[in-house]
Ligand binder design. Sequence first.
Ligand code: GLN
Length: 286
Amino acid sequence: MNTRTPPPADAVDIAGALAWARTQIDQMDARVLLRHVLQCPAARLVAWPEHKLVNEDWANYRSLVERRVAGEPVAYLTGTREFYGREFMVTPAVLIPRPETELLVELALAHFAGQRGVRVLDMGTGSGALAVTLALEMDTPDVIALDRSREALWVAMANAAKLGASVSFVQSDWFAALGDEQFGLIVSNPPYVAAADPHLEQGDVRFEPRSALAAGPQGLDDLAEIVAGAPARLIDGGWLFLEHGYDQSVAARSLLADAGFAAIASWTDLAGIERVSGGRWLGRRG
Ligand code: GLN
């Protein structure tokens, strides 16, 4: 018997649906997708295995499992991804927030602890994960989030509204459409993957917006543009923190040094990889 043939609708309970899905996709993904269809907490799947699925739920579940088999990321199938303990809406218009990007939040909180009213700029906000989290975690910040993509800004705005974060949004290609305001903190998780990196053709990444991932031959084009433009947008004593690729910390520090930043450093993510670099702007000297 072909295990992939779905059981008949009138026979499908939670246990049967999960057993069928597990023959094709990761077990955790199978559970997350079923929770999404049934809109139920994880405990329900365990506590009520004999609960029968109505036909519509079973059909929806089968279609999600098939799309997962075809490679679509779970976050796009459920439309959500957790970041820093909050649930963000995601669509294929935005990069799916990654756990390593939480390092940017931690650095911002550590460097601005106890400071009120810091002006914050998030460049290339995507889902708004960074801007919304900083707006909610910092003490009375004034947060502006920009993105070139109008579709991404819609998602980010929806997240700010849903999570009750006060963030202003600007459609801008990096600094192009930004006024002449200055900030105490600039953060960015820009595109930083080399355009020819085979990673772009693999797994979940294939479904994410290429414009949020790829940045020129070495993946450094956007990092370079942000670092070059940041001094004019930072107050004296302001900080710039940038996420970058696993092998780009030396290049990122040298961009920061060339632009005249002080206190340049890199910080490691939970995997021990130098994932964020940054520096402090102390004004133009010499
Ligand atoms: N870390 C992501 C990846 O490797 C890339 C994110 C980015 O370009 N900002 O898929």
